[in-house]
Design a protein around this ligand. Structure first.
Ligand code: FES
Length: 212
């Protein structure tokens, strides 16, 4: 008969926590859960920091279980990159960071160029900051490689009414404006639909002009 073992309270932790262990008919542990009140802690000094700094920071904010904080922040970083997810799907996964603290040092476009040398008939799907997407578009555009990008924008209405999320579309000019709503017409666009020339020329790398 299934049963649940509860350990409560768990000591040596600030606040209240409990552990539940769920056991099935055959006496096998099916699930084990750690319950603890969540709260938003020292997030301010995390804002704007590089993701891979978090392991060093989070392991120092708790004097009781620094290892747990280190592992958790490392797993969170892993989730952000979705490295394990891609690996589980069987894809070749490459990581590049500006300073080489994770994966290869340098811009992702360097890896992309290498991969496109090897797989010239590939299609590229990209998401991330607009300067990076603009650089990816330049690489793919030069090689005539199909590219789709997933844009991010502040969205107020989400239905195409407020025009707060518009980006400049291909052929946009002051005389013939061509704005596209990220919420309604995107967020995934074929790269050919967007005004990348302007985005790169303005130096913001952003058709919207606001993302940096
Ligand atoms: S969020 Fe309002 S138009 Fe897109």
């Amino acid at each position: 008969m299934p049963k649940t073992i509860t350990i409560s309270p768990v000591s040596r932790i600030e606040g209240h926590a409990k552990i539940t262990i769920h056991i099935d008919d055959r006496g096998t542990v099916k699930d084990a859960r750690f319950h603890v009140n969540e709260f938003r802690g020292f997030e301010k000094f995390c804002e704007g920091r590089l993701m891979w700094e978090m392991g060093g920071i989070t392991s120092r904010i708790c004097g009781i279980c620094p290892t747990s904080h280190l592992i958790t922040s490392a797993k969170a970083g892993d989730d952000i990159l979705a490295v394990t997810e891609f690996e589980r799907l069987g894809g070749e996964t490459y990581v590049s960071t500006d300073d080489g603290s994770l994966g290869e040092a340098g811009f992702v476009t360097r890896v992309l160029e290498r991969k496109l040398d090897k797989y010239p008939c590939a299609e590229v799907y990209a998401c991330g900051p607009m300067p990076m997407l603009a650089a990816v578009e330049q690489v793919c555009g030069t090689r005539n490689v199909p590219l789709q990008v997933s844009l991010e924008a502040h969205m107020a209405c989400g239905v195409g009414a407020c025009l707060g999320c518009v980006v400049k579309g291909a052929g946009h000019s002051d005389q013939a404006p061509n704005y596209l709503c990220t919420c309604k017409e995107g967020p995934v666009f074929d790269a050919k639909e967007l005004d990348w020339g302007r985005a790169v020329a303005t130096g913001t790398g952003c058709p919207q002009g606001g993302c940096r």
